[in-house]
Design a protein around this ligand. Sequence first.
Ligand code: SF4
Length: 589
Amino acid sequence: MFGWMGKIIKIDLTQRIIENYPVPADWWEKYLGGRGLGVKIYNEICSAQTDPFSAENAVIFLTGPLTGTVFTSGRYQVVSRSPLTGTICDSSSGGSFGAILKRTGVDGLIITGKAEKPVYLEMVESEIFIKTAEDIWGLNTQQTRDKLTARLKSGASVASIGPAGENLVPFAAIMNDKDRAAGRGGMGAVMGSKNLKAISVYGTKMTKVHDNEKLKELQVKLDRLIDKNPITGKSLPLLGTSVLVNIINAHGMYPTENFKRGVFNDAEGTSGEKITENLLQSKSACFRCPIACGRSTATSRKSGEGPEYETVWAFGAQLGVNDLNAITEANYACNELGLDTITTGSTIGCAMELIEQGAMDWDLKWGDAAKLVDLVTDIAYKKGWGKDLALGSKQLAQKYGRPELAMQVKGMELPAYDPRGVQGQALAYATSSRGGCHMKAYMISTEILGEPVFMDRFSTAGKAEIVTLFQDISAVVDSLILCRFIQFAFATETFCKMLEYVTGIKFDEAKLLEVGKRIYTLERDFNCRAGFTRDDDNLPSRFLQEKLEEGPSRNRIVELDSMLTEYYKVRGWNETGIPLEETKKELGI
Ligand code: SF4
């Protein structure tokens, strides 16, 4: 087999059984790997009623056919049912863990059951050991990584949870390598519920490539494309993802104080430019990545990785905080404790507005930079105010009687783009299969950055088709698996060529997009079976009723309903958003 190792291992932590999971031959081509294959396998072995914290639940780690072969291919994807949202959820992380996992000779791991006492998995070449984690339970993610990599040869990689995952915070992350995160949706808490602290991997098996010569030639060309593209060749390497701070603020859609406003007066002071000037120690890159968007940084007290754009916002403008050191140290704390920065910051912002509105009486206000690290720590340990904040914004706002103040979709907190300034991104938020996230369809690319072409950001016309296209191609990239930033430089045709040269299987654009559609429809089908309806494809009322009052997105609200109706038609779903039987049949679901 070229591209894939052809082997997925199932580990039952309750019974301590390790066995091969037989993957039907047609699934590789139909679902590729990563997110697609993970979602398919999850659907086969769990139901839409499976409790995310039950022993029956599965957490699936997968690589893809391109893993370890081309640019940015060190990533892995984790799939399970999210304890934060109740939806099917996939979470992606960079670094090199994916590439090293595949070098052990497997495409992925399916983990079910619950260990009686804390354990970790050690994979060396083809051997898998379930080992006691009693000496590392309670350690932060960096201490865990250091301890476990020291037990293996140089070149090993570790993915682990921190105290937040152990304490079942529903937005706990899985961290790997140098502070890379599978952040969204609480996959770290699912690991914690299984008493699974970490997975350490070391292997030397290389992926068999069908046509190495052609792949090498293609990579030379692609290297030039990456270099020529202004985003992958200039903005990201130079300023990291935080290059977006000034850009999004200038469009009047940089969410400020829990999305009350779209312009943050102190944006410049927390921008990528200021990070470069004041904090940057060196750039950092994931496995085989020429872009190197990562930032190794240091404040006067600590050093670490980040902050990236979403995190700068989550602990900055979202909270009215303009202290870059405090933002950065809150980021370090999230990395160490294993927390998703977006949900963590956004939930604190929700609390600040609840307090401002008189629904809560904590001594916490906009701009309280000095309290951030303590708040993050309390969330991870569910102590003090952290007990409430660890609920996530949806449940927190419900608890205090103001559900409309949670800036979330399906329970997942929205990222750093006010949807009132980007109609297509608004539709993408509402229909994202894991809740309020930008990664299922990054419409900012076309509506703000003009990649591949500029679309009018305030118009709803044609957005249903484009969101669908972006969702489908993103599902493919998450299944290959490559970094999503590579999409700025490469057309779909490029992914077809890569796949063909690596696997020997011919793919054209239509076939590849059908794979994406199949994955997206299967995710939707799962969510419908889990009880999600058209009512859940919604946005907080703030975006539908309250106009932005200042800046270039002034007077805008989201016009969701008409886009949604159109979107369901494009997707082949009925008017309530349920995939039609004929659509599923066409896709072979
Ligand atoms: S562009 Fe950034 S996130 Fe993507 S692979 Fe490279 S370093 Fe990692």
